[in-house]
Design a protein around this ligand. Structure first.
Ligand SMILES: Cc1cc2nc3c(=O)[nH]c(=O)nc-3n(C[C@H](O)[C@H](O)[C@H](O)COP(=O)(O)OP(=O)(O)OC[C@H]3O[C@@H](n4cnc5c(N)ncnc54)[C@H](O)[C@@H]3O)c2cc1C
Ligand code: SF4
Length: 331
């Protein structure tokens, strides 16, 4: 069955917000790499798509305080290759370049990446129950095929993994999300931007209806200059992570003085590994310390029928990422 969908192209952020707020059933359209798929599958049924590609939010700018501002419509490939990102946040550049394919990265925007939806096959099949798609309908994955699903941050209502790679880097870096909505502008710490499923898995972020992501700010963070993103997946390109790790470390005389660690592919939101970070602070940069930190972080894992392998895979990935990022000696 076909249904008509309206389309409107707007020149400014204020126009975009106003156009969505003017009626129900409206959505922003950026690169369209998620939105158009879901529309075709019948998972989302917008009446009007408000195209934000003419809104001048595509730049990557250095800020006076030493940070970097990334516009919401900046393309993943442009951000990955921006000199400020490559030189000062190399692990974030790697996370972007290991996501999707070159063609997709040339279309996909940073704002759209943060708002992309779960890749759970049951979410995308409108014939099957899914609490994220229809609240209260049940979760087909919990007793279904859940090999790719989450082991951290899950609930009895949803165990879908958050699929973004770059968001893993952003949570480790304490990025800020700047938005424009009906009540004006606001700033959301990126770790608070991604919500745990709890009993409301259909709410994935705190954006209100019609609230537009305008920019993402990265703080000036010396530790980020020595960062790395490791992504393990079933095939080496064009595939989502089974486990991924963003690691940034500084050491002095072989002792860890600063560390940022986050994981993808294993949790219902991009997972800041705070337990592991606490264990690593002041520890020697050794395989034993890395393994102990990984085990601490994964102690709360809740595997399901088909994804128990992720617990050990994640522990090994943490160790490997930390070994790689500390391999050159003190930095
Ligand atoms: C085959 C395939 C493989 C992929 N592999 C990976 C991968 O390995 N790693 C990875 O990280 N991602 C992957 N992706 C996901 C891809 O990165 C996202 O689809 C993309 O980043 C979404 O950006 P977009 O600009 O196309 O968003 P759109 O599809 O235009 O929008 C997505 C959602 O975000 C909303 N939105 C868009 N911009 C804004 C804004 N500024 N403010 C508020 N809401 C907004 C839209 O309304 C919509 O709900 C893959 C996608 C595909 C199709
Ligand atoms: S894991 Fe989440 S997205 Fe997948 S079927 Fe269950 S409720 Fe839906």
């Amino acid at each position: 069955m076909t249904r008509p969908v309206g389309y409107l192209r707007v020149p400014t952020a204020a126009d975009a917000v106003a156009a969505v707020l003017a009626g129900p059933g409206r959505a922003f359209l950026a690169g369209g790499t998620t939105e158009v798929d879901l529309l075709r599958l019948g998972v989302t049924e917008p009446d009007l798509l408000v195209d934000i590609n003419d809104v001048p939010l595509g730049a990557v700018d250095e800020l006076p305080d030493g940070g970097v501002r990334i516009g919401a419509t900046a393309r993943m490939s442009d951000v990955a290759r921006a000199p400020a990102i490559q030189q000062r946040y190399p692990g974030m550049s790697q996370a972007l370049l290991l996501g999707a394919s070159e063609q997709l990265r040339n279309m996909a925007t940073m704002g759209g990446n943060l708002c992309q939806r779960a890749r759970c096959a049951y979410f995308r099949d409108v014939e099957l129950p899914c609490n994220k798609r229809i609240p209260g309908s049940g979760c087909s994955a919990i007793h279904g095929f859940n090999r790719g699903h989450a082991i951290l941050g899950t609930s009895e209502y949803c165990i879908a993994v958050h699929p973004s790679d770059v968001a893993v880097a952003l949570v480790a870096l304490d990025a800020e999300v700047h938005t424009l909505g009906s009540s004006g502008t606001r700033t959301i710490m990126v770790d608070d931007f991604f919500l745990l499923p709890g009993d409301t898995p259909h709410r994935e972020h705190p954006l209100e209806y019609g609230e537009l992501i305008a920019a993402i700010d990265l703080p000036d963070l010396p530790v980020a200059r020595n960062s790395r993103y490791l992504k393990l997946r079933d095939r080496q390109s064009y595939e989502f992570a089974l486990v991924s790790v963003f690691a940034a470390v500084r050491t002095r005389a072989g002792v860890i003085t600063d560390v940022r660690l986050a994981m993808g592919g294993v949790a219902t939101k991009p997972w800041r590994a705070r337990r592991a970070e606490a264990r690593l602070a002041g520890a020697p940069a050794s395989r034993e310390a890395f393994r102990a930190a990984a085990e601490d972080e994964l102690a709360g894992a809740v595997p399901r029928d088909h994804n128990e392998f992720k617990v050990e895979l994640a522990a090994r990935a943490i160790v490997r990422a930390l070994e790689q990022v500390t391999a050159g000696g003190d930095r």
